[in-house]
Design a protein. Structure first.
Length: 284
């Protein structure tokens, strides 16, 4: 399977408890996505991924590059990612609009950025360096937000659009993150999607979320621990109308259910993608 074979349709995030079952049953799913950091050490995990890669398009989704770090990119981490990408030849490579390292310490959280010109310069420089090293285009994912910086003069969609324009990267639109952030910050999730440049969006993520009570106020948490909520499915329909039938992945990271549950969620997304594709075909 060649590098140029981009995924189409709906896929699922592949987590270690499901690897053996996927290898044994080869389920009817269009593509799979893995977290880069789980496969950087070699051993049985990477060999299993290579076996899966022979039958499915695979995307690599990173959580540790820290694109927004003022300290610069960790050269060792970038080299490990490049080695993995060369070995697996994934269809897509993505990372988050966030930072997670400072002073040589990894904080194990995807931390938010103020959306300023200074931050944009940093992220653009880092995204450009990653793309130069990998020899391919990077997709950057919008974060889930729980606070707003007092000084953040650029809107998040505009920040992402400009990042894509300056660097040639593309966007991974996480629809659940858009919904979670909108509910937490009092913004309109559909209006957020309408501000993203459609041509820049090359992947969509869907996931479940939790709602916690904080002194009588609901806080929406992007925990990837349940089925996609009805409100997020409706927002996904809006995203498809805006962006077209973009390859879509269902993520599930906590309270992992049987593989069949993820396949059911992916099938729902797949049906919506096919309907969107048919609508586009009729329109042309």
């Amino acid at each position: 399977m060649g590098l140029s074979e981009a995924p189409a349709g709906s896929g699922i995030g592949l987590r270690s408890p499901h690897v053996v079952e996927v290898l044994a049953t080869r389920p009817a799913v269009a593509w799979l996505e893995v977290h880069a950091e789980n496969y950087m050490s070699g051993g049985p995990a990477i060999r299993a991924l290579e076996a899966i890669r022979r039958d499915y398009p695979v995307a690599i989704h990173g959580v540790g590059l820290s694109l927004g770090s003022a300290d610069g990119l960790a050269a060792g981490h970038l080299e490990r990612l490049a080695t993995l990408v060369d070995r697996i030849e994934p269809a897509l490579v993505s990372e988050h609009l966030s930072w997670s390292t400072t002073g040589g310490t990894y904080l194990n959280h995807l931390l938010p950025l103020p959306y300023t010109e200074e931050a944009l310069d940093v992220v653009c420089a880092h995204a450009g360096r990653v793309q130069d090293r990998l020899g391919r285009r990077l997709l950057v994912e919008n974060p889930s937000s729980y606070l707003r910086f007092e000084h953040s003069p650029i809107g998040e969609p505009e920040f992402l659009n400009e990042l894509a324009r300056r660097t040639g990267c593309r966007l991974l639109c996480d629809v659940n993150n858009v919904y979670v952030s909108g509910r937490n910050l009092g913004d309109d999730p559909a209006a957020y999607l309408d501000r993203l440049e459609p041509a820049a969006v090359e992947e969509i993520h869907l996931a479940g979320h939790a709602v916690n009570d904080a002194d009588g106020r609901p806080i929406f948490i992007d925990d990837h621990g349940s089925r996609v909520a009805a409100e997020v499915w409706r927002l996904y329909a809006h995203a498809l109308a805006r962006f077209g039938p973009v390859p879509t992945l269902v993520e599930w990271d906590t309270d992992l259910p049987p593989l069949m549950v993820l396949l059911e969620e992916a099938a729902t997304a797949g049906a919506m993608l096919r309907a969107t594709h048919d609508d586009h075909a009729r329109a042309t």
